[in-house]
Design a protein around this ligand. Structure first.
Ligand SMILES: Nc1ncnc2c1ncn2[C@@H]1O[C@H](COP(=O)(O)OP(=O)(O)O)[C@@H](O)[C@H]1O
Ligand SMILES: [Mg+2]
Length: 98
């Protein structure tokens, strides 16, 4: 099953005030990302820290809702589906075992 990302965009609201900085701007974590993962391919997203890799994965699995754009699994638009209805697995970079 291919995965298609169309104009995928995620903005986070500016965090609280930081000393010496008054007008904080929204963070555009994923900016108009168009991408297709073909069926059966193993894909790596490479890039510097903070470039939006984790945010893109969280959008694909449904843990975050995009500000703009769409996500398709095969021909199905899953953009509005919650993670439990997407049929995907996710292994987190940071985890805790209690
Ligand atoms: N929950 C959040 N609130 C505000 N900014 C965030 C949040 N999550 C990520 N960001 C910001 O979005 C950008 C992309 O982060 P991230 O997707 O974690 O990058 P990567 O996984 O490539 O290191 C960074 O500037 C990060 O600080
Ligand atoms: Mg990351």
């Amino acid at each position: 099953m291919k995965i298609v990302l169309q104009h995928l965009t995620k903005k986070f609201p500016a965090r609280g005030p930081v000393r010496g900085r008054k007008n904080r701007e929204d963070v555009i974590a994923v900016n108009d990302f168009d991408f297709e993962i073909p069926d059966g391919k193993l894909i790596g997203l490479l890039g510097p820290s903070g470039c939006g890799k984790s945010t893109a994965l969280n959008l694909i699995c449904g843990l975050l809702k995009p500000t703009d754009g769409k996500i398709f699994f095969g021909e199905d638009d899953v953009t509005g589906l919650p993670p439990e209805n997407r049929g995907v697995g996710m292994v987190f970079q940071n985890y805790a075992l209690y």
